[in-house]
Design a protein around this ligand. Structure first.
Ligand code: 6PG
Length: 466
């Protein structure tokens, strides 16, 4: 048989994407370097008309030309090793696609190395977890455009479909841009999750709400402008009980894991000099959460009790909802600002509106709100910052007082809400024509003669301060 596409790596993601492709009518052959993995997946894949090749050679040989292979293996070294084994079997014009959560610099490097051999290399962000892989992920492919055209039909068929029927996949740009966009997606995911977690914490402590009450509030929010997958699953999580009737959430240790994409996003913000405080703070909260023993010591040294907010509960909840909305907007404005910068610096010509459109379904940050981001970039493709768009300006103007109310209430009541505080600080700093950095410049010049610029004339100046 001659196959349309090959999938290497029979972990859950590879298996599910292969099934998804087969269900859409494509002939799919798969391979895994481990004999036991191939054996274990045999029956399951057979039922889905997906073949497993007995050797890497036959896997590659039986592919339709130009050959297209999607790798779903561990990022980093394992991907390099996989390429080392597969590339020698390919011919000029064939394409290797990496669907892992890979660092974009690795993808750039591999793209250059393989291009020298005439092989195309696509780094493709895949979001939506195992369920998305099976039923429709959001896909972010970057690499040679002509190579993407060869697999476009397959990816458009397997991707999630937005409500208007459009597939949640689009060509992103050259070399590592697909993985870069996925990295930013994950950075936003971190902040989105953190803001929701802080909202839950505020309800639980400041408003003393029960899990079921909180679940109802999140469900209600999910019907409005906050509608999103993450809000939806939060409502489910809050009310979920185990066989003994215990809320599972209350049994989960408050120590958040991370695989690195949030950290990479933060590093990239620092590298390009773009404020990304909501995302970096969300990464740091995960780090802080892991310092369990240290937190225990400090909590003993500084005993405190989180206070209760004595105000009309409905009004506070309305503030919290508005504060969450505007903070989420600040997070997206930071994430898209970084995308804009990266697009210019790496020469990717990223279509920010289209990127927001392919996140409408399938991915973890899928949300109603993303349509509005597309609208903002349609109105002004060169938009510097999302909060300058008229629609978002109205939301920020209307809701900023709610954010201030929640942020000050959090501080007064000792409720940790770093992402919300970050949102208000970012906004307050960005809306000042002049910030306090004239003092920093003066200090730098004072102790190090680093010079400064002036508000009234051009040039570099130094003062003899002593
Ligand atoms: C997705 C997710 C996915 C994965 C995260 C988890 O878009 O499907 O982002 O890629 O769940 O990488 O990341 P952490 O383990 O770092 O939270």
């Amino acid at each position: 048989m001659i196959y349309d596409i090959g999938v290497i790596g029979l972990g859950v993601m590879g298996t599910n994407i292969a099934k998804n492709m087969s269900r859409k009518g494509f002939k799919v052959v798969t391979y895994d370097f481990f004999d036991d993995v191939r054996k274990n997946r045999m029956n399951e894949l057979k039922q889905e008309n997906v073949d497993i090749a007995a050797s890497l050679e036959s896997f590659v040989n039986d592919l339709k030309k130009p050959k297209n292979i999607l790798m779903l293996v561990k990022a980093g070294e394992v991907t390099d090793q996989t390429i080392e084994k597969v590339a020698p079997l390919l011919e000029r014009g064939d394409t290797l696609i990496d669907g892992g959560n890979e660092q974009y610099e690795n993808t750039r490097r591999r793209n250059i190395e393989l291009t020298e051999k005439g092989i195309n290399y696509i780094g493709m962000g895949v979001s939506g977890g195992e369920e998305g892989a099976l039923n429709g992920p959001s896909l972010m492919p970057g690499g040679q455009k002509k190579a993407y055209e060869n697999v476009r039909n397959i990816f458009e068929k397997i991707a999630a479909k937005a409500d208007d029927g459009k597939p949640c996949v689009t060509y992103i740009g050259n070399d590592g841009s697909g993985h870069y966009v996925k990295m930013i997606h994950n950075g936003i995911e971190y902040a989105d999750m953190e803001l929701i977690a802080e909202s839950y914490f505020f309800m639980k402590h400041a408003l003393k709400m029960s899990n079921d009450e909180m679940s109802d509030v999140f469900s209600e929010w999910n019907n409005g402008e906050l509608n999103s997958y993450l809000i939806e699953i939060t409502a489910e999580i809050l009310k979920f009980r185990d066989e003994e009737g215990n809320y599972v959430l209350d049994l989960i240790l408050d120590k958040a894991g991370q695989k690195g994409t949030g950290k990479w996003t933060g590093i990239e913000g620092l590298k390009l000099g773009i404020p990304l405080s909501l995302i970096t703070d969300s990464v740091f909260v995960r780090c802080l959460s892991s310092l369990i023993d240290e937190r225990a010591l400090i909590s003993e040294a500084y005993p405190s009790e989180m206070g209760t907010v004595e105000a009309d509960k409905e009004a506070v909840l309305e503030d919290l909802k508005n504060a969450l909305y505007i903070s989420k907007l600040m997070c997206y404005s930071q994430g898209f600002r970084l995308l804009k910068e990266a697009s210019d610096i790496y020469d990717w010509n990223l279509q920010l509106g289209e990127i927001s459109m392919i996140w409408r379904k399938g991915c973890i940050i899928r949300a109603h709100f993303l349509e509005k981001i597309n609208q903002a970039y349609t109105n002004d493709p060169g938009l510097t910052n999302l909060i300058l768009d008229d629609f978002f300006k109205e939301i920020v103007t209307e809701n900023q007082q709610s954010l201030r109310n929640i942020a000050s209430s959090a501080i007064k009541n000792e409720i940790p809400m770093p992402a919300f505080l970050s949102a208000v600080s970012y906004f307050d700093s960005m809306k000042q024509k002049r910030v306090s950095s004239n003092m920093v410049q003066a200090q730098r010049d004072y102790f190090g003669a680093h010079t400064y610029e002036r508000v009234d004339k051009d040039g570099a100046f130094h003062t003899d301060w002593f």
